[in-house]
Ligand binder design. Structure first.
Ligand code: ADQ
Length: 502
């Protein structure tokens, strides 16, 4: 650790204060420990040197109202390989970095998390590579996270563990700290039993989740898949502790998107974008993390089909695809990037003119204002994943459309489709059907799309991300740590009253 780093890492005193009040004893349950693969900050270079900056969007913004009410400690990886970073406070959060070496990242993150769990949980869109050594790494890194969380959590507090990288942490943390209330939220789909069964470590993974008091999922389908497993033999005997399993669809900070969309700056930017792309044109937009689950290639092929068939003329429409590269250490992602680049190149080669592209494909991260301006400029948003836990892009688009215009084309295989039933729903596995629906979206009459958009906005406004966090944390507060809350599976099922059990 060099000196500039420790200075930049903020004051380690911040954490000490937190630990002090733990040592000071007395039950405190207004504190929260968030455990996630990544800390909510990233290291950025500024003229003044390297500093921590809060990562945009995501979980952090969901927890903003919580931050005002309680002390939040966040346990996660800082994104720096092989560097020990002392705990530091930033933007009201006590950050506790979990160190990961290059080998750890390769085996636990790129390997087990992203080449086993990710593809399998997304319907085995790519064959998971079941390597023993990756599993070993996953287990030992989960222990490392659980130990860090156990050391950071005040007595009687609550811990909220996030996502597929950390499925063993609930039980590991419970062993170490039975006084805590423990919640787990899965951001990606939970697969049906026959897929989950492919994992040689399925029992261990399930036992990991069983350490939680509350397990949250994105949709009812995910909830039912998990329940089916818990009720089957893999779930263990009735004497096992039973978490409360429930659906909490994640969302966006509706007002933040809406506010930005109303601002003069964004409106000007959006109008400028439209002018550059051609005011008379229909603008289609895709915004995604560059991932093979997102169906970016399916939508480019559908657009290609429409142009080839003449259903859409090259002069009348333009597709903007903003895909931010991710997980570039994983082969399937490098491959997917090539596929997207090739298709975009083919489309422009076939239908573009000098100074007039039919596809603008960009691989970079757009700033917040830039993104809102794009959403506002887009007549049609194409969200076509083959499988997606929720898909926040769809909800961001809806929140940004203060003008109540624009058509949302949404895959039935995105969790968001369960709530956004007024979107134009599509099946991305059906090339002709997908193309036909995109053509419908391009031709949709204004009045009909406005009515749909109004209905969509009502849903997202009401079910925003604060409601998501509040509901989850409310359930967690009502659940509770220790043995007193160990219920039989039957009692837990009766309480949640799910139809799947009837
Ligand atoms: P992701 O798979 O990353 O999240 P998504 O929900 O769409 O998918 O969130 C992506 C986020 O990245 C959005 O906030 C979007 O604005 C942003 N983004 C994407 N491309 C961008 C670009 N080019 N420039 C700037 N920003 C960009 C996982 C699950 C989802 C689930 C979320 C939250 O896979 O299903 O909805 O977690 O639980």
């Amino acid at each position: 650790m060099n000196s500039s780093e420790s200075a930049l890492a903020g004051s380690p005193g911040a954490l000490r204060t937190n630990l002090d009040h733990r040592a000071g004893g007395g039950p405190r349950d207004d504190s929260l420990v968030v455990v996630a693969n990544r800390l909510p900050v990233r290291r950025v270079r500024r003229k003044s040197g390297t500093v921590w900056e809060t990562s945009p969007g995501g979980l952090v913004s969901a927890l903003v109202p919580t931050l005002e009410r309680r002390r939040v400690t966040w346990v996660g990886w800082a994104g720096l390989k092989s560097r020990r970073t002392p705990p530091f406070r930033h933007d009201g959060i006590d950050n506790v970095p979990v160190p990961l070496s290059g080998d750890d990242v390769e085996a636990y993150y790129e390997g087990f998390s992203n080449r086993v769990l990710w593809p399998l949980f997304h319907g085995a869109l790519r064959a998971p590579e079941l390597r023993r050594s990756w599993w070993e790494a996953y287990r030992s890194i989960n222990v490392r996270f659980a130990e860090a969380a156990a050391a950071a959590a005040p007595r009687g507090g609550a811990a909220w563990i996030h996502d597929y990288h950390l499925m063993l942490v609930p039980a590991l943390l419970r062993e170490r700290r039975p006084d805590l209330r423990i919640g787990f939220f899965l951001h990606i789909p939970f697969p049906p039993e026959e897929l989950f069964a492919r994992l040689p470590w399925r029992r261990e993974l399930l036992a990991g989740l069983l350490g939680a008091d509350v397990v949250g999922l994105q949709t009812r389908r995910d909830e039912q898949n998990l329940r089916a497993l818990l009720e089957g033999t893999e779930g263990g005997g009735a004497d096992r502790r039973a978490p409360r399993v429930e659906t909490f669809p994640i969302s966006v900070d509706f007002e933040r998107w809406e506010r930005a969309a109303r601002s003069e700056k964004v409106r000007r930017r959006s109008a400028a974008l439209r002018r550059r792309l051609g005011t008379s044109k229909t603008i289609l937009l895709g915004v995604d993390r560059l991932d093979y689950t997102k169906g970016i290639d399916a939508r480019l092929r559908a657009f290609q089909r429409l142009l080839r068939e003449g259903a859409i003329a090259a002069e009348e429409a333009v597709l903007v695809q903003a895909a931010v590269p991710s997980r570039e250490g994983v082969t399937e992602y490098v491959e997917q990037r090539r596929v997207v680049e090739r298709l975009a190149g083919e489309l422009n080669g076939e239908f573009g003119e000098i100074g007039r592209a039919v596809v603008h494909s960009m691989h970079r991260n757009f700033g917040f204002d830039e993104l809102v301006a794009l959403y506002l400029a887009a007549d049609v948003l194409l969200v076509t994943p083959l499988r997606d836990g929720m898909n926040l892009v769809a909800k961001e688009y809806v929140a940004s459309r203060v003008d109540e215009r624009g058509v949302l084309v949404l895959s039935e295989f995105a969790g968001a489709a369960a709530e956004l039933t007024d979107a134009m729903l599509v099946n991305p596995f059906d090339p002709e059907g997908l193309a036909a629906r995109i053509a419908d979206a391009v031709r949709a009459p204004d009045a009909a799309s406005s009515a749909r958009m109004r209905a969509l906005r009502r849903v997202v406004r009401e079910r925003d991300v604060f409601r998501w966090a509040d509901t989850f944390l409310g359930r967690l507060a009502a659940a509770g740590g220790d043995g007193a809350r160990r219920r039989s599976r039957r009692a837990a099922s009766a309480e949640t009253g799910d139809a799947a059990e009837g």
